[in-house]
Design a protein around this ligand. Structure first.
Ligand code: ADP
Length: 246
């Protein structure tokens, strides 16, 4: 993807003017600083990243380099200090919080290192609930939830509560939940970082298959280079900027 850093304050989406579909995610000139005593710690220093629809990108960088910060900004959970975040071609930085929340719910799915499932609900309910919150009937929501969970090999675990599932199974449910509302963009922060290597491999494999099958764009932070090799592209963070890896 040929994407040059645009001038500050640009509000048209990169890639949108040439008759191509809008990028699922574009970050342009993203800066993020944290106050540290009197000084400011600049974690992101003009980060640019473009992810086309349906493209999967691994973010491979050492701890403390800003991966979570980048994912939080891309997911509209955190504001940047400068730069723009385009979701599906639309700029978001200056939108009111309520509108950012609406876009996040509609267009973005998250998977974290820990599953964050609701403990008192079954696997099926955990995946149906976000859809019902969006207005689907229970029957419609359950149908998609069953399809997603079955695809992830959990067809026989629908009525299990999180405590009755293994770590790998819990994480599969979290992946199904993230994709329940058919988002345009999946963001995952070390989604298998808490699993043993074999389980991690299986869960990551199932996730990448589902990402391909649903056509969602994905940005997935991982330490594991073998897992990263299964994605379409690999990027890292160097001195606060996104750098493409071979
Ligand atoms: P990674 O996900 O790559 O481990 P993070 O994005 O979590 O990195 O953090 C990058 C750096 O920013 C770290 O040095 C961390 O201490 C710092 N940092 C993250 N969040 C905050 C915060 N809320 N306040 C101050 N410093 C922070």
């Amino acid at each position: 993807m040929d994407m040059h850093a645009p001038p500050q304050g640009r509000t048209s989406a990169p890639g949108s003017s040439a008759g191509r579909p809008p990028l699922a995610l574009a970050l342009t000139g993203v800066v993020r600083r944290y106050a540290q005593g009197q000084a400011a710690l600049e974690i992101l220093r003009g980060a640019d990243l473009a992810i086309a629809q349906g493209q999967s990108v691994a973010l491979v960088a050492p701890s403390g380099s800003g991966k979570s910060t980048l994912l939080h900004i891309a997911g509209l959970l955190e504001h940047s200090d400068a730069g723009e975040v385009f979701i599906d071609g639309a700029p978001t930085a200056r939108l009111p919080d309520a509108e950012r929340t609406r876009i996040r719910r509609l267009a973005i799915g998250f998977v974290y290192q820990f599953h964050h499932l609701l403990p008192e609900f079954t696997a099926l309910e955990n995946v149906s609930m976000p859809q019902m919150i969006r207005g689907l009937s229970r029957i419609e929501a359950d149908k998609r939830a069953k399809e997603l969970l079955s695809y992830l090999g959990l067809g026989a675990r629908l009525t299990h509560r999180p405590s009755e599932l293994s770590g790998g199974e819990q994480q599969r449910v979290a992946i199904a939940r993230a994709l329940a509302n058919a988002p345009r963009l999946l963001l995952a922060d070390e989604p298998t970082g808490n699993l043993d290597p074999k389980t991690s491999d299986h869960v990551f494999g199932a996730m990448t298959e589902l990402v391909r099958a649903t056509g969602v764009a994905a940005l997935i932070a991982t330490h594991n280079l073998d897992l990263a090799a299964r994605m379409d592209r690999r990027v890292t963070l160097r001195e606060g900027k996104v750098v493409e890896l071979a």
